[in-house]
Design a protein around this ligand. Structure first.
Ligand code: SF4
Ligand code: SF4
Length: 478
């Protein structure tokens, strides 16, 4: 099965319960942002700009658990910022488990190994030695760390920790292979750290997923290589979503200067081109999401946005109407459901009800539509059932060749950030028209970004990432 049986049953019974009760709108996945602080400063990250990143601005643990109960979504995606910085992350995960929820910790991967060492220290007995030795042999922990695990004090042994369970996934943000990913996150070594964290998690029996956002300039071939490599690490599943950003200023340029929308936006047409092979990927790799959403991405059908099914809660409250756009924050989920005029959003029969929605096909707006049957076509239920209950694609065979393809950056001396920055900011790379990708725009210039991309750990400004990816492409040609 692509998704563990118990989890599939939980989600299916949640849908059936609400269908029987004829609940008009209900939550499927809660996007919980307990804080917006992050240890990275990725190119174009919208979240660390839109909200305060002060560590004082956090959703208290009790509130996090209360909002999860309030909306009663069977799945909770803990995102941010970087959720592993949240001081009560272990208690949050434990509390959500007590509530019986499926949990995704959406992380940039940097602190994952630390959290797993905490887990090992808490549970260590000599029976864990084979695992410890395996981690040592694979260089996933150091001798010093192994000793610290073996000799953990009482405080470490009684600490609440994040334990492996089929109900929880580490959901690691990976937007490309080493060269691309490290440049996007603006720190060399992050891709390698993600890979090591994934390997360690698999040794310890955790479930691991990855999430990837596709931009206008994303190289589809690189994505496929990335899936092959991640699959060879026995990652349990992948979420992939087109990025999206509405920018009124650029929209205006389309109108006034007669420019093409595709000069600025990942339009629906372009998204469909990028995702033309999504169904084939779904057969080869464990792509999460419904086949109905995959058909939508591939341009084979239309869907209506159901943003209310993946609500976002953060320091300001329930964010409406969706993960991408902020037209307001509400104190309660039901209050948001009642007060937001949902009929003003989305695209119906090719007509955008809100201009900001025009080119949006993001996972958090449309994947639930596929599961909830909002544009039901005969056979959809069977398709969804067959996809989830069908056999899980086998891991892609690991090989030296694949490793070489994946580690194409700092590991082979090509990814040093300073050199890479210089290369992509070279006059030659600049000739492709991209702006200086690493120049941070001051807050005051951050105008008109009324809807931002989603799908990764946060909401990146697609124009900045596209500028960067365009330059990366240019450099790779050399
Ligand atoms: S995109 Fe994610 S990892 Fe990067 S700075 Fe934003 S919150 Fe942090
Ligand atoms: S931006 Fe996308 S997810 Fe948000 S309301 Fe519009 S169509 Fe739905």
């Amino acid at each position: 099965m692509r998704f563990p049986l118990a989890l599939t049953v939980k989600i299916a019974s949640h849908i059936v319960k609400h269908k029987v009760r004829k609940t008009p709108k209900f939550a499927m996945v809660l996007q919980l942002e307990p804080l917006h602080t992050c240890n990275l400063t990725c190119t174009g990250c919208g979240r660390i700009r839109e909200y305060s990143t002060n560590l004082k601005d956090m959703v208290p643990l009790e509130k996090c658990l209360a909002v999860a109960s309030e909306c009663d979504a069977p799945m909770v995606s803990i995102c941010g910022g970087e959720p592993l910085i949240y001081p009560k992350i272990e208690e949050l995960v434990a509390g959500l488990r007590e509530q019986g929820r499926v949990i995704y910790i959406c992380t940039n991967g940097v602190f994952m190994r630390k959290k797993m060492r905490d887990y090992l220290a808490a549970i260590y007995t000599p029976a864990e030695e084979p695992k410890l030795l395996r981690l040592l042999a694979d260089k996933l922990i150091t001798e010093k760390e192994a000793e610290a695990i073996r000799n953990a004090n009482e405080a470490a042994r009684s600490k609440v920790v994040i334990r492996p369970t089929k109900w929880m996934y580490w959901n690691v943000h990976v937007d490309g292979l080493e060269f691309t990913h490290d440049l996007i996150v603006e720190r060399e070594g992050v891709f390698k750290e993600c890979v090591e964290a994934i390997k360690m998690a698999k040794v310890l029996g955790y479930q691991v997923a990855t999430n990837t956002t596709v931009y206008k300039e994303t190289d589809v071939q690189e994505l496929e290589e990335m899936f092959k490599y991640l699959s060879s690490l026995e990652v349990d599943g992948h979420t992939i979503s087109p990025g999206y950003e509405y920018d009124a200023a650029k929209k205006d340029m389309v109108k006034r200067l007669g420019k093409q929308p595709e000069d600025f936006f990942l339009t629906r047409k372009m998204t469909r081109q990028k995702f033309a092979r999504i169904q084939e990927w779904g057969e080869k790799f464990t792509i999460f999401g419904t086949p109905v959403y995959q058909e939508f991405l591939a341009g084979k059908r239309e869907l209506t946005c159901t943003a209310w099914a993946i609500p976002t809660y953060n320091v300001k409250g329930w964010k409406a109407p969706c993960y991408l756009m902020t037209d307001g924050h509400y104190d309660g989920y039901q209050e948001m459901l009642t007060k937001v005029q949902w009929e003003k959003y989305g695209v119906v029969d090719g007509v955008a009800r809100d201009p900001r929605c025009e080119n949006c096909m993001v996972h958090c707006g449309y994947d639930p539509s596929g599961a909830l049957g909002t544009n039901y076509q005969s056979g959809d239920n069977w398709k969804n059932f067959a996809y989830n209950f069908g056999s899980k694609p086998k891991p892609y065979p690991a090989s030296q060749e694949l490793m070489k393809i994946a580690f194409n950056g700092v590991s082979i001396g090509k990814g040093h950030l300073a050199e890479a920055k210089a290369a992509i900011n070279s006059p030659r790379a600049a000739m492709n028209g991209a702006q200086a990708a690493f120049s941070r725009k001051p807050e005051a210039e951050e105008h008109h970004h009324e809807a931002h991309a989603g799908g990764s750990c946060a909401t990146p400004d697609t124009s900045e990432r596209d500028a960067l990816l365009a330059k990366i492409k240019e450099v790779k040609k050399d």
